[in-house]
Design a protein around this ligand. Sequence first.
Ligand SMILES: Nc1ncnc2c1ncn2[C@@H]1O[C@H](COP(=O)(O)OP(=O)(O)O)[C@@H](O)[C@H]1O
Ligand SMILES: [Mg+2]
Length: 295
Amino acid sequence: MQLRLEHVTKRFRETVAVSDVSVTMENGVYGLLGVNGAGKTTLMRILCTLAVPTEGRITCDGEDIFEMDMRYRKILGYLPQDFGFYPDLCAEDYLMYVASIKGLRPAAAKKRVEELLHRVGLYSVRRRKMKKLSGGMKRRAGIAQAMLNDPKILVLDEPTAGLDPNERVRFRNLISELSQERIVLLSTHIVSDVSYIAKRLFLMKDGRIVHQGSMEEILEHTPVRAWLCTVSKERTNACLKKWKVANIRAGSGGNELRVLSDLPPMEGAAEAELTLEDVFLYYFGEKAGDDDALL
Ligand SMILES: Nc1ncnc2c1ncn2[C@@H]1O[C@H](COP(=O)(O)OP(=O)(O)O)[C@@H](O)[C@H]1O
Ligand SMILES: [Mg+2]
């Protein structure tokens, strides 16, 4: 399966939410990385035919997805960023309900729901009301509903928002498992969620894909280097103003700053290996989000 976006642009009055995006996806996991307002949700909604691009086109194995219409929706699974669930339904009934909306026959739906409950690790809590599930469990129920029709294309918008570290690990494993023989596109502002599982990353900024490739390719082609500099506590503030600092670690002899710069920022600076977090800071001018900072 091949999904191809050519010069996709979406304008809302003055805002250009998505600007001239051309990317091709084949089976595997793709990570769409960008800060809030970058255009990730808009791009995903277009991919799910919930919004129409102002310009450009999207094809699935050569056919326009808007012309395919229901045939395309049949092979699509979507977890919206603010996915609605029915708080008083239990996980199992919720999934049965979505299955009926999606047109699965009751017998097939029952079998599929049971299988998915096992797969996402919710079988033991299947009779628990949705509102009583933890954040991670709710997300997994959301992923399960997107998987009901065994989609060839799975679009997950910020599926890790609000998850604790354990849940994040579990989520990564689940996505890796689900990515066999389908395209999985997931958006996030958290670098570590995608850097290990995505075979390709799209860095999105102000509606544009500013960089794409495997993690290795992105690291190799980002024109900046990382340096470790030890400065006294008194000098730290001045350095923070002057330099792009990715991290600070307090030590006995002062603070060790991780600085992004083409050239060594000071004498005695030691070069460090560039990480995807550095790249994120370089392109977006802010740290790869942790949820606390952005929610
Ligand atoms: N329906 C809409 N009408 C007007 N502007 C919108 C609409 N949807 C999104 N936008 C704008 O498009 C930009 C991208 O938003 P969005 O796609 O939600 O980004 P992200 O998901 O990366 O946070 C933002 O500036 C947002 O305000
Ligand atoms: Mg969004």
